[in-house]
Design a binder for this molecule. Structure first.
Ligand SMILES: C[S@@+](CC[C@H](N)C(=O)[O-])C[C@H]1O[C@@H](n2cnc3c(N)ncnc32)[C@H](O)[C@@H]1O
Length: 356
């Protein structure tokens, strides 16, 4: 039987986990831009499947806090925790073996919220090559991490005028909308996932186009590993529901590493789970690894961020905040007449230009 939760101040509305699977499938938002749908009359709630900028009452906040206190009281013993980090790629690979490309939906909101993906040049910074650097197509050709010859080395997308890198691309729900939009624009997309099955799904998809995209298997936690482009060569780094999978103790390293690959003036675009999202409240006791970090039944992990944490994370990586918002909304199943409170974080952070 599905679990129905009634939030204290919403007596007419059942707030439900209507999904039969272990996680909320619909991570994202509808095509209407954020802020376009504000619920002013509660009687209109079933007119749309999503409402923006929902205020929570004190009672609702307290309800959420209590749920989280309850489900995180019992932590998984430390001795059993390491496997969720060490074998993270195996757990995600198992996920893609099970669900193939059927789980996540295409990110239809992507270009509404992140029009930066459709830009074809990064404005702003005048790059002065450092000693030993060349410069071609807006990208300083630095030496690669392994000591490769940055000046002469070839790399996929070298001729591109604009380079995007999506980390944790999964089955390609952002990749394929991006590929369709960048053909013929001079832009190039790199995408990686540490699940070999996910990358296989992307490469075998009929929409995959090697002339504008390079998909590869890579664990972004591995600091020393070589990426197929030089440092300071990316215009956009894209993280869609990916950072939450990384152990909180490793997140800062990951973000700092990504910042290193951005061009000055380049932007990092981020969307992920927020604190007290429905999917956090739905965790049962015994799934908590540490505060706000849980493992699901299939071994994959998820963290729930706050605005302050996001701010600190990207600031510590040397990035300037352009946007950092907590996207609180009501997700409505009009057929079943149930409403869910979702919390997603959305951010944009720019790598500053070097001072003249
Ligand atoms: C929730 S899924 C999101 C997939 C995709 N971004 C989307 O929006 O549909 C998280 C993805 O991040 C990948 N991932 C998690 N940790 C990773 C890591 N350290 N390096 C590379 N990929 C990782 C997982 O394999 C999974 O495909």
């Amino acid at each position: 039987m599905r679990a129905l939760w009634r939030f204290p101040l919403a007596p007419a509305i059942e707030v439900a986990g209507w999904f039969s699977c272990k996680r909320a499938k619909s991570e994202g938002r509808p095509p209407a831009p954020l802020g376009a749908r504000i619920l002013t009359n509660p009687e209109h709630i079933f007119r749309h499947n999503m409402w923006d900028h929902v205020q929570w009452s004190e009672q609702e906040k307290e309800f959420a806090r209590q749920k989280v206190t309850e489900n995180s009281r019992e932590k998984i013993p430390v001795a059993e925790q390491a496997k969720f980090d060490i074998d993270a790629s195996k757990y995600w690979d198992g996920f893609y073996e099970m669900h193939q490309n059927k789980f996540f939906k295409d990110r239809s909101w992507l270009f509404h919220e992140f029009p930066e993906l459709l830009t074809t040049e990064t404005p702003g910074c005048i790059l002065v090559p450092e000693p030993g650097e060349g410069q071609r197509n807006g990208a300083p050709t630095l030496q690669q991490g392994s000591g490769g010859d940055g000046e002469t080395a070839d790399f996929p997308g070298k001729q591109a005028s604009f380079r995007i890198f999506e980390i944790g691309c999964g089955a390609g729900n952002s990749v394929f909308p991006i590929i369709s939009s960048i053909r013929g624009t001079g832009s190039f997309l790199y995408c990686c996932d540490f699940s070999p099955r996910a990358v296989r799904l992307v490469k075998d998809h009929p929409g995959y186009d090697g002339s504008v995209c390079h998909a590869f298997v890579h664990d972004i936690r591995q600091g020393g590993a070589v990426l197929p482009f030089p440092p300071r060569s990316l215009d956009v780094v894209l993280l869609v529901f990916m950072l939450s999978s990384v152990h909180p103790a490793r997140v800062q390293d990951v973000v700092s590493r990504l910042a290193h690959f951005l061009k000055p003036g380049g932007v990092l675009l981020f969307r992920d789970y927020g604190r007290y999202d429905l999917s956090q409240l739905r965790f049962k006791k015994g799934r908590c690894l540490s505060e706000n970090f849980y493992t699901r039944g299939d071994g994959t992990c998820v963290y729930f961020f706050t605005k302050d944490e996001i701010h600190e994370l990207f600031k510590s990586a040397g990035l300037e905040e352009i946007q950092n918002l907590e996207d609180r909304r009501l997700q409505v199943n009009r057929g079943k007449k149930v409403v869910m409170r979702r919390v997603w974080m959305q951010g944009k952070f720019r790598k500053p230009c070097p001072s003249p």
